[in-house]
Design a protein around this ligand. Sequence first.
Ligand code: PEP
Ligand code: MN
Length: 331
Amino acid sequence: MLVRIQTHTDAAQLQELALLLQNQQIRMERCEGDPTLLLLSGDTWMLDAALLRALPFVVDVQRTESVCPLASRDRHRENTVISVGGAAFGRDFVIIAGPCAVESEEQIRAAARAVKQAGGQVLRGGAFKPRTSPYVFQGLGAKGIRLLVQAGREAGLPVVTEITDPSQLPLFDEVDILQVGARNMQNYELLRCLGKTDKPILLKRGLSATLTEFLLSAEYLLKEGNNRVILCERGIRTFETETRATLDVAAIPLLKKATHLPVIVDPSHAAGHAFLVPPLALASAAAGAGGLMVEMHPQPQNARSDAPQALSGEVLALLSRQVRAILPCLP
Ligand code: PEP
Ligand code: MN
């Protein structure tokens, strides 16, 4: 970290600052040849830059290190590879697909067959649904998880479903990947709890989260010891109303540059409309996404949640072929 100070800063003030930093295991040196520049080294990611900026003799503070030492590529150059069933996130392009919510045994079994047939590697299906309105379908809860796991095992697919509260954890024993939804990206108690498990976590970007905030949420999981974290860009809130969210395509290369964790994209919740899902999925693959999470339903028009964005099994199969056709052309 670099700190620019005023030319005539008092030696006593600097001494005081050096002491304060020393208490936080941070070394302070004056830059040779430029006495107004201080070099801070050590665990500087723990330091609040705003505190330094508030000092009367500080002109500017510049971070030269990541605030997420565990998620950052600075000290971990290689991609983290997370193997789930036959899929290796961070190495292979992984397609996760399935309904927004598990609705019935028949529905999730049909979805699982369609996902398998389309070449998907992971089955999704919400059981605890964080819906915006409390008056709409909230998911089948524990029963939904049982049906999802059963359908996944039958089709030979690992499963992912969302956890919304630490108290639900015992129900997720047979779930292969735990999803943290956009609304819970900053639920730090949930993150801390999941960080103590050994399950892969699919962490979705919050609706208004910056990439740094997104990575800091991943850092919570890593800090507790769980290094199997998959990041999922799912669109952010902007002024545009034609789409449900605005897919942040630039987030894909930016995240891949900043972190060693796998980065996938959910085009469905960004799009909000089925016809927009394939173009956003293809754009994501072209931008370097390591996989996709797509909502599909055996009968899209009858879906109990997010029907407008659900793909049919046929469209999912076509999309999957198109995505796999462009992958060999990418750098
Ligand atoms: C979901 O994937 O089921 C979901 C609710 O998405 P998000 O958390 O991104 O809104
Ligand atoms: Mn949904």
